[in-house]
Design a protein around this ligand. Structure first.
Ligand SMILES: [Zn+2]
Length: 252
């Protein structure tokens, strides 16, 4: 490990070690800061995964959404997810707020997790709210003539929809409220691998900053909060997180 990396890890570990209420925020994919958010928002995928397309062209919606949801659901927990989970288990990180829909933070550990977009692991009926696991949704879509999965409950049969947020929809309200509460409650707010370009989550670090709470930012892309942060580490979050966990939660 190079000395500069070690120094960055030590500085962040010191900050986290001094905090009593460290809350972390991650982007759409931990370990991939690269333009994922911007691409998703501006791309054909973003457009096809919208509420409007679900309502007006459901076959096209499912044709686009399902394979991507399946891909996200099959991603594997990375050492970075494990490191963050170790810090949570050890009581060093109190909560994780994430924009990811792959539920990898939930798979890595059972700490307090706030998923502001929910996740892609399930769908629900648009009428009776019955919940279906993604694998069931796939089977229902494959069996349907038009590729649109529908509720199997007797006398229902309404189309399903993803449980999580679609483009053009507001985020999960309860999760956003909790995210704002936790950010205000924190005494160190840790921003990991997110470009902070998508509102309203792009606003979240301003909550601790306005209270004079320290913010630390780790990630390869610059953010508009860098100049206000107590510490900025312009490296991919995974190598830093693993190092910090080794210092603060050894053996965990
Ligand atoms: Zn139903």
């Amino acid at each position: 490990m190079d000395d500069d990396l070690q120094e960055d890890i030590r500085r962040l570990a010191d900050l986290i070690g001094e905090a009593e209420r460290c809350v972390a925020m991650t982007g759409v994919r931990l370990g991939a800061t690269e333009d994922t958010e911007a691409k998703a928002a501006g791309s054909a995928w973003g457009e096809a995964a919208s509420l409007e397309v679900l309502l007006t062209e459901p076959a096209r919606f499912w044709d686009n959404w399902l394979p991507r949801a399946v891909e996200a659901s099959q991603r594997e927990v990375t050492p970075a997810h494990v490191a963050l989970a170790r810090l949570q288990d050890a009581g060093i990180v109190a909560a994780v707020i994430t924009q990811a829909v792959d539920h990898l933070h939930g798979k890595a550990g059972d700490g307090d997790l706030i998923e502001v977009h929910a996740n892609v692991l399930s769908c629900r009926c648009t009428r009776c709210e019955d919940v279906y696991a993604l694998a069931e949704v796939q089977a229902l879509a494959a069996a349907a003539d038009d590729g649109v999965p529908r509720c199997t409950r007797e006398e229902c049969g309404y189309p399903l929809r993803p449980t999580g947020t679609l483009w053009g929809e507001p985020l999960v309200e309860q999760a956003v409220i909790r995210a704002w509460d936790m950010a205000a409650w924190s005494d160190l707010f840790l921003v990991l691998d997110t470009q902070l370009r998508t509102d309203p989550m792009a606003m979240l670090p301003s909550v601790p900053l306005q209270r004079g709470t320290r913010v630390a930012i780790v990630g390869t892309t610059r953010t508009h909060y860098d100049r206000y942060a107590a510490l900025v580490i312009p490296r991919p979050a995974p190598e830093v997180l693993v190092g910090v966990a080794d210092i603060l939660a050894p053996g965990a």
